[in-house]
Design a protein around this ligand. Sequence first.
Ligand code: V0V
Ligand code: CO
Length: 142
Amino acid sequence: MFLRIDHVGIACHDLEEKIAFYESTFGLTVVSREVNEEQGVKEAMLHVAEGEGGASYVQLLEPLSPETAVGKFLAKRGEGVHHIGYGVADVTRALQEIAGKGVRLIDSRPRHGSMGAAIAFLHPKDVGGVLTELVEAPRRSS
Ligand code: V0V
Ligand code: CO
């Protein structure tokens, strides 16, 4: 079902400070910055690698307010890994398959994600404590 790890989502208090850290420490490059009101985040994607199944990224997430998903996570657990995003070919079909296996879907239909992706989250309580995101990247035009 999974094509690759699309991204690892990391919660932080200060997006610009963490971007500077990842750039200077690991030499990563920011390829996208977006505010996603629906998800309650300001986020940046930093390119890590290119594989057969597509690219992989680190996603740095700063909450837009304390009441958001990432805001609540930071208050409870502090900065750190927030979710894993797996690349899938078809997020709607993946959701149907996974729902049939008894895993609670946070999103029963795809939402708008970073860089034009269609995304959906699965409940961490049904995935061994790991907030899991499905990511269908837009088709490449090349
Ligand atoms: C909460 N919990 C987590 C967690 N967040 N466990 C593992 N990883 C996380 N990230 C646990 C929490 O410790 C509680 O367990 C329990 O779940 C309920 O948490 P809560 O604080 O009461 O919060 P809820 O229930 O209001 O919300 C939790 C969920 C929420 C996961 C349902 O955060 C959510 O809907 N997340 C999906 C959307 C999202 O995260 N968006 C931001 C990324 P205990 O303590 O009771 O045992 S946006 C993104 O990635 C984009 C745009 C992209 O990739 O393109
Ligand atoms: Co994500």
